[in-house]
Ligand binder design. Structure first.
Ligand code: NDP
Length: 322
């Protein structure tokens, strides 16, 4: 279907929650939701595909109530779609551009009330990049928040060529990106990653030199120690036992205890970062990973969240078509 500015309605379909709770209980489909108005530095996007992230259901559960936006709210950070209209201060993007990005600059600081799970969304131009030419909308939607978190975390650990890294949670949305970036962008000498038994081959196919089955082995009992540990699970207490002297542990689990010298951060979305990584996506060195049963129709969004909440998803879940 062609998407043009002249076809923009004033109302749209959107998944909305007006109270906190589990997605299956609180997410409601509203067919008469206002299409968001456009600010000067923003573009209006026809959402073609949107990926889910754990932060979406954690916000819905009310976990970040102190820094969250007021309800009602439409969830969703990751989008791939077509620019339909540009604000007066927008410099590079134009109508018809195929874009992707994470529409919330600060992950937990007043995210937009109208997210990426309606038919149309708005985002600041500087949070978006042109969609990699070789990827479809479903694949592109699966990338921004996860790759951004992976890249920012690896930068903060100062991972560089020749260093070793252990990735805890290698099969998740973020972990699958950390493995690929560590190996193919940052040039780590040895990438080790953890998952359950059935996902070990996937970790290797993404670039892990060694895949550890956490149901059988404890990584902190290995004789080998690591320069960097990227903890996507929330196991900093165990992780600090497995670093070399002077090594770095970054954890992205936003709540819970943090063992010294581990540190945590909350991601910042950036279109420029996506543009930096586009060549690695376009030459196929870094690939989006979508769960084998991870594409859900828009009408199945609550069911998609239920699957994500199991914590067993491989890579990403994407909602399409919207
Ligand atoms: P996912 O839901 O994609 O992670 C699911 C994966 O985790 C599964 O494949 C599962 O593999 C794996 N897993 C679960 N338990 C373990 C374990 N004990 N050891 C190894 N692997 C395990 O989550 P994301 O990757 O999207 O996010 C990870 C966490 O980071 C979440 O808590 C999220 O909220 C947070 N986050 C924080 C950000 C920040 O800015 N600070 C940004 C993005 C995410 P298996 O089935 O094999 O167990």
């Amino acid at each position: 279907m062609e998407h043009t500015a002249s076809s923009i309605p004033s109302k749209m379909k959107a998944w909305v929650y007006s109270e906190h709770g589990k997605p299956v209980d609180v997410l409601k489909l509203d067919s008469n939701y206002d299409v968001p108005s456009l600010k000067e530095d923003q573009v209006l996007i026809k959402v073609v595909a949107a990926a889910l992230n754990p932060v979406d259901f954690k916000r819905m559960l009310g976990m970040f109530i102190h820094s969250d936006s007021p309800l009602p709210s439409v969830p969703g950070y990751d989008v791939a779609g077509v620019v339909l209209k540009v604000g007066s201060q927008v410099r590079t993007l134009k109508e018809g551009d195929e874009v992707y990005g994470n529409i919330n600059e600060k992950g937990l600081d007043r995210p937009k009330r109208s997210g990426t799970l309606p038919e149309y969304t708005v985002a600041e131009e500087n949070l978006l990049a042109l969609k990699p030419k070789n990827l479809g909308f479903i694949e592109a939607a699966a990338i921004p928040l996860a790759i951004g978190t992976a890249y920012e975390g690896l930068q903060k650990t100062a991972l560089s060529a020749g260093k070793s890294i252990l990735v805890l949670g290698g099969a998740g949305g973020v972990g699958t990106m950390v493995i690929q970036l560590a190996k193919h962008v940052f040039g780590a000498s040895k990438v080790t990653a953890t998952s359950s038994s059935a996902k070990l081959e996937l970790l290797k196919s993404l670039g892990a030199d060694l895949a550890i089955d956490y149901t059988k082995d404890n990584f902190e009992d290995l004789p080998e120690k690591f320069d960097v540990i990227y903890d996507a699970i929330g196991q900093s207490e165990r992780a600090v036992k497995a670093i070399k002297e002077g090594g770095k542990v970054v954890t992205i689990e936003p709540v819970g205890e943090l063992a010294e010298p581990a540190f945590r951060f909350i991601l910042t979305s950036s279109g420029a970062m996506l543009e930096t990584l586009n060549p690695f996506l376009e030459n196929g060195k870094v690939k989006p990973v979508i769960d084998p049963r991870g594409t859900f129709a828009f009408s199945q969004t609550p069911q998609a969240f239920s699957y994500l909440e199991t914590g067993r998803v491989t890579g990403k879940i994407v909602i399409h078509p919207i």
